[in-house]
Write a protein that binds this ligand. Sequence first.
Ligand code: ATP
Length: 896
Amino acid sequence: MRNYMKFHEMPVDDLERSLATNFERGLSNDEVKKRRKQHGYNELEEGEKQSALLLFFSQFKDFMVLVLLGATLISGLLGEYVDAIAIMAIVLLNGFLGFFQERKAEKSLQALKELSAPQVMVLRDGDWIKVLSKEIVPGDIIRFGAGDRIGADTRLIEAKSLEIEESALTGESVPVEKNVAPIRESKLSIGDMYNMAFMGTLVTRGSGVGVVVSTGMKTAMGQIADLLQSAESTMTPLQRRLEELGKILILTALLLTALVVVVGIIQGHDLYTMFFAGVSLAVAAIPEGLPAIVTVALSLGVQKMIKRNAIVRKLPAVETLGCASVICSDKTGTMTQNKMTVTKLWSGGKMWGVSGQGYEPAGEFLDGDRSVQPNSEKSFQQLLTFGMLCNHAELKNDGDHYYLDGDPTEGAMLVAAMKAGLTRKSLKTQFKIVHEFPFDSERKMMSVIVEDRNGKKFVVTKGAPDVLLKVSDSILYDNKLQYLSEALRKNVVQAIESMAEQALRTIAVAFKPLQTGTYPLHEMEAEKDLTLVGLQGMIDPPRPEVREAVKQCKKAGIQTVMITGDHAITARAIAKQLGLLTNQSLVLEGYQLNDMSVEELEEVVEKTTVFARVSPEHKLKIVKAFQNRGHIVAMTGDGVNDAPAIKAADIGVAMGITGTDVAKEASSLVLLDDNFTTIKAAIEEGRNIYENIRKFIRYLLASNVGEILVMLFAMLLALPLPLVPIQILWVNLVTDGLPAMALGLDPSEEDVMNRKPRHPKEGVFARGLGWKVVSRGFLIGIVTLMAFMIAYQGQTENLKYAQTVAFATLVMAQLIHVFDCRSDTSVFARNPFENKYLVGAVISSLILMLIVIYYPPLQTVFHTVAIDVKDWLLITGLAAIPTFVWMGSHFTRKSV
Ligand code: ATP
């Protein structure tokens, strides 16, 4: 650890010089470029990646493909060069297809990883900006708050109640309190460096600013390479189930193939032909490519979700999304716009209005309809001044309009003060902030210790009014300091409730002068015996689109629940505006949850639509209660304390904009726009992806059943081979592969959000899928065989002709059947031209089939002959049967 000695020993002032940086402005962009050249990106080296060539060759290590290659070799040795070359070509093509599919899946997963890569707030050229963590260089000034992961090894230059959990490096899970004082001790272990923050460790409380001293592999984290996170398994439950199912299917296919071969030999077919037919059939019938196509479909779905602002961090979530039956969502920022404007002020027994919109610092103060000067009343003046002092938000102007840098609640209070003509600059000349106890959702308040020009210190606190009321014992009322009697308390509560009923978010402001010589070291000491100054009520309008999304979720059998730290009455008013509340809905508050066990909560949880004044730890209880009632729960969160609930939920959802690193790491879904509607969109996509996977499983397996049965029946009936091996391989590659991929891209059915959520334990073949596979597959086999027999007799036993007719019928039957797979109900349920990929795949499969049948050089390869035009009527008619024979039942029963 020699590296850090000099930095932790140095006083803060020396650091600036020794790292050639500027604590006020940070590094310049040019300097960053220079340093990046010297130090490289701030990244930990990952293990070797699989090269493209290796990935390509890995496509051929599949057992069945090896068998096929072996068989090709035999046929080559026997002098069947055309067959050998054709089969080789098909195997290669198959390999390429597999390769491109896997590459695509890999690339989109990689892109996903980059999208959710950690970001850091860094000071560059005088501005705080957000950059990817890998962009930072030594000398950069970075800042972090509770829930952030430290981006690089950093010497602290500012620490406000900063605590960091360093278990990733030290194994010690109790957070360490940090400060900025130099430590004059050269031999220190990492755990004792209280003025350093190390890459990968986690801020659990407070906030800090530090200067980066080392990056990438030179960090303490980089030096213990074996601690690098191992990749998580990304198999989804369905993929796992398919893998197990695959084994059964392989065995069945092999058994049936063996049966075909044995019966064929008994019936007098020659060994060589039957060997080849067996191998080709096994290759065609074994759905070894299924898991790969499922991965591609999942990753394509994931990309679609990105377009709708949802990033899936864990692939299994795609499936779970389709099962979600409850969404527990934060209110502020997710259901509301998080654009706050103070519209009401209450102080000393009087309520004032504030005009103006958004963050524009222009507006009037109103007493009823009458415009008034805020400085006419001392307590109003104080309410606004303290609201600005205990505040980090900054108002910026980009020339056209004002925008906010910081917390919207604080922004609203800042703007209200500015409307009264107060400025940060003038306040700074009067007051100095000497200490801060940062806001957290548990306490629901924050405080600063302020020193005025006479050296007098006092505490200024702002926070949830009911909480502040509890820790105040006096009040500024009628411009006098008064004891907070029961009667006055009632007065305040009335004011709070009247603001809350208008859906206003209410923040109270209080203060306390400090006796000379006393200095509270802990927030518990500071935040007591306060004097209440007043209340600020701000609107946070609901997001207009959420009402409709809530309605759609209801239709889809998904219950929406609002969880908020805000006041119950405010929460109820907003829930009403969003259409969440019904007559039976309950509103539960945090204090009630404290007294309830999970079992007791279970009794009422399904009737509860709003949880108000909750702390993050309540969220876990809520998740558990819903889960115990058999629900699949999506739970949102952004703060460091939300992580356990996010992790425990079936679908943990983190906010992309306001979310902390810990919340994001715990989540399986990140909302890029922090918007409730995006959760609904992700669920819709999740349902659709699952349905699409079901569609191509149905298509592929029915095709395989058809292929095996036509061969098996022919052998049993002592007929010649209805299809030659190369034809089977062709059908497997072209007719099965392309349309199956296109089914993976099928647009969602209109009623996908009108159904109840899928049961998570539902098997792949549920809802009639197994029956459909077997019945349609059976019919495809039968019609192919019929076509073969009719053509064989009609053409005076011209085998090649009959085989070509069988080949054409099989292809056509599958290409018609693929449209039936798009819906659970009927082939007519949907517009067949809606999925243009499918139409393209079907048309190209048809054209390729015609080329194989009519183009002489390929006729030799595929053992085909030109089919008479009149026979196409027979082929098409027979091919349509497996799909259209079910029509009657569709009209009597809606689904089969
Ligand atoms: P949600 O849980 O829906 O996001 P919320 O923003 O109300 O709602 P918290 O951030 O936990 O949840 O805040 C809880 C309460 O703390 C708020 O209702 C408010 O009264 C108070 N509060 C919020 N932000 C601040 C702040 N910056 N300073 C002081 N008090 C705050």
